[in-house]
Design a protein around this ligand. Structure first.
Ligand code: MN
Length: 251
């Protein structure tokens, strides 16, 4: 079993090395990760510039691109052997609800899935995580589960882990994505030369976060596992669109 590991926090992130060390006991691992923090890079590919890959002192390959670039490169020719599975993380911060559309961690897993491999994104549900080892154990547990029960095609797992010692976890829950309120306003400031600058504000507070959601599982001390699908089509609305297209002329 060969596992490709990537992240969006960069090749020096603690979460990345904990994930790599945890999975290395059970598989041949390769780590290909961005050379700096590319959180919230989503599924972006670098098309207008070449990419450079360098082996770092820790043996990880760092790439001057996005998480998606890293996984894309790794699977399509950078590595000598194609991996069997992709793990992304352990992210320094949660990826719950709407976050998955922005997340570079989820994007790295998505790229693995796009390219045909089972994939897992794993995140610590804390802004200042202390218990990465807990998520390392969760990753190993999931690896074993997935080997026994292969994931269907078009499916990846988005996993969030409470920031507590493993023995204090309440258990594991299968969840759906919750939702946040709309994002907080941008933060306006000025640079040292007096020009206006803006910081993208924090994500919105939880809105749809009741029982059954990823938010709720985390709040109540459970590991949240949300199966995600790549197909974003809203099938139950296709008929409605057909109907309004058939009413009157389109210009
Ligand atoms: Mn991140």
């Amino acid at each position: 079993m060969r596992i490709l590991i990537s992240n969006d926090d960069g090749y020096l992130a603690t979460g990345l090395s904990v994930l790599a060390e945890s999975l290395a006991e059970f598989a041949d691992i390769s780590v290909v990760a961005p050379d700096k923090n590319r959180s919230a890079a989503s599924n972006s590919l670098t098309l207008e510039m070449p990419l450079r890959a360098h082996e770092s002192e820790n043996g990880y390959i760092r790439v001057d691109g996005t998480p998606t670039d890293c996984v894309h490169l790794a699977i399509t020719g950078l590595l000598d052997h194609e991996p069997d599975m992709v793990f992304a993380g352990i992210n320094h911060g949660s990826n719950l609800g709407d976050d998955v559309l922005y997340s570079g961690t989820v994007a790295a897993a998505t790229e693995g899935r796009f390219l045909g491999l089972p994939a897992v994104a794993i995140s610590m549900a804390s802004n200042d995580p202390k218990h990465f080892a807990t998520a390392g154990k969760v990753a190993v547990t999931l690896l074993k589960k997935i080997i026994e029960n292969p994931l269907p095609k078009d499916t990846l797992l988005n996993v969030n882990v409470p920031d507590v010692p493993y023995s204090e976890l309440k258990g594991y829950q299968s969840t759906r994505l919750g939702q946040r309120h709309k994002a907080e306003p941008v933060i306006k400031s000025s640079d040292p030369r007096g020009s206006e600058i803006y910081w993208v504000g924090p994500p919105g507070k939880e809105q749809d976060a009741g029982p059954g959601t990823d938010f709720y599982a985390i709040k109540t001390g459970y590991v949240s596992i949300t199966p995600l699908q790549l197909d974003l089509t809203r099938y139950d609305r296709m008929e409605e669109i057909s109907q309004w297209l058939s009413q009157g002329n389109q210009e």
